[in-house]
Design a protein around this ligand. Structure first.
Ligand code: DNO
Length: 352
């Protein structure tokens, strides 16, 4: 198969061992990060090498980083931005030195992905992450104490309010300007050291509580790719993030960006979009959600896609507990399904 199958591993503290991950058929790459420093700090070579060595000892390759987090001041365009971007570039160089080929990041203000519940029980007893608009209604972060799952709990409520105010003032055009400044500096460095930067779309791809979100649609991906026209400025195309709004045609997006060689990394998972626009994370199979996984994989195979793919968030099944979305069992089932789709599509194209 052309694509490189990968799995996210949260380092030594991850309850899922590299040994277990290596037992998933076809598994090749580990997606990880240095977790012992804060955003905006330099990653020690020792920490990077430790991940590499641990992976190699299990026959795996550490060649994808998710994420080198972008410091809030870079997104806000305040404080010591130039120095923080220098640090970012240095981290890209250091990762490259130890074999990393793809660096995933996002440009979401304050919070990464947002859901209203992480353990919604389905009729079959499995649990998954959901976003129900009903549960958001009436909440106002400027007034209420809100701790939505997935939100960085290190912020105090007053810091959150201050950030929301600052981003409100900055607006989406301001955020775009800061993304431009970031990419214009980082992409040439990535290019030089053989790394592809892969932006993760905003999840979900619409503003929440008035905080701007800019990487949400085909139009915005076109705009971001045009900032620096280079394969080193690419997309981490997350089907579940882009696919949780009906206005995105995920298959068409995969076709377009794979044909232009701008997808460095695929996050594959399925979501069921409900009538009111709320959504539930579901099993990977096409029939379980709103996305056609066969069409998505076929579009990749048709372009000879040779980038990285990982099964994204799984449900919790078979009594497993742990980090929501990141258990072993359902993600392993997702990996097996992804293998099957790629094998079938690639063989079909060869006329076997
Ligand atoms: C969620 C992930 C995201 C992703 C970051 C990339 O589980 O897909 O948190 O890692 O947005 O920077």
């Amino acid at each position: 198969m052309n694509m490189k199958l990968s799995f996210r591993w949260y380092g030594e503290d991850d309850p899922i061992s590299l040994e277990y991950i290596s037992q998933i058929p076809g598994m090749r790459s580990i997606v990880s990060a240095v977790y012992d420093v804060k955003p905006g700090e330099v990653w020690s070579e020792e920490s990077i090498k430790k991940i590499k060595d641990a992976c190699e000892a299990r026959g795996l390759v550490f060649d994808v980083v998710e994420s080198i987090p972008v410091h809030e001041d870079i997104k806000l365009g305040c404080g010591d931005v130039d120095r923080l971007i220098d640090v970012y570039c240095e981290n890209v160089r250091r990762c490259a030195k130890y074999g990393v080929k793809c660096v995933t990041y996002n440009f979401m203000p304050v919070f990464d992905w947002t859901r209203t519940q992480l353990d919604k029980r389905a009729a079959d007893g499995s649990t998954s992450l959901v976003m129900y608009f009903d549960q958001l209604k009436g909440l106002d972060p400027l007034r209420d104490d809100i701790h939505l799952p997935g939100w960085d709990s290190s912020y105090t409520q007053s810091e959150v309010r201050e950030l929301i105010r600052a981003y409100g003032e900055l607006g989406s055009e301001g955020l775009w300007r800061n993304l431009e400044r970031f990419l214009e500096r980082v992409v040439p460095v990535a290019e030089e050291c053989g790394v592809r930067m892969a932006i993760h779309p905003d999840d979900p791809p619409y503003p929440i509580f008035g905080i701007p979100r800019i990487i949400t649609s085909e139009e915005s991906l076109d705009r971001m790719l045009a900032i620096v026209d280079s394969p080193a400025n690419s997309i981490c195309l997350c089907t579940g993030s882009l696919g949780c709004t009906r206005s995105n045609d995920v298959t068409a997006m995969v076709k377009k960006y794979a044909a232009r060689d701008r997808i460095a990394f695929m996050h594959i998972r399925n979501v069921k979009v409900m009538d009111d626009g709320s959504f539930e994370e579901r099993a990977h199979l096409s029939s379980c959600g709103s996305l056609d996984m066969y069409e998505i994989v076929r579009s990749l195979a048709e372009c000879g896609f040779s980038g990285y793919v990982r099964p994204d968030h799984g449900r919790m099944i078979w009594g497993e507990s742990g980090k929501p979305g990141y258990g072993l069992f359902d993600r392993a089932l997702g990996a097996a399904y992804i293998n099957g789709l790629f094998e079938a599509c690639e063989k079909n194209l060869k006329g076997d």
